[in-house]
Design a protein around this ligand. Structure first.
Ligand code: ZN
Length: 108
């Protein structure tokens, strides 16, 4: 769990996403995982994930996702570990964090 999961805006918006999931389930609607597009079974734990890992904690970038690996989905926790490992490898070779480019910037 990174610092972005302690961000007050993330925590506030994650609560909103979780309450929306609860409302959908009470209404009998399916809740799907943004990552794989498949149903999140009500018995399964889910996370409120960042659609864009480098994006902000706004509601537009948060969505429910499978917490753990399933037959069809890597799951948030496994993917987060993979991302963390890749960032650590990068930090070791470059001794500096990757620059964060804004999505709207030109490539040249
Ligand atoms: Zn999934």
């Amino acid at each position: 769990m990174g610092a972005k999961h302690r961000d007050p805006e993330y925590l506030k918006n994650a609560r909103i996403v979780r309450s929306r999931v609860a409302v959908k389930r009470r209404a009998g609607a399916d809740v799907t995982c943004w990552r794989c597009g498949h149903l999140i079974d009500p018995e399964q734990r889910f996370d409120v994930g960042h659609i864009d890992a480098n994006g902000g904690p706004g509601l537009d970038n948060l969505a429910p996702e499978h917490r753990y690996k399933t037959a069809r989905c890597i799951g948030n926790r496994a993917d987060g570990g993979r991302l963390g490992a890749a960032r650590q490898r990068e930090a070791k070779t470059r001794h500096a964090p990757a620059p964060i480019t804004s999505p709207g910037s030109l490539k040249w």
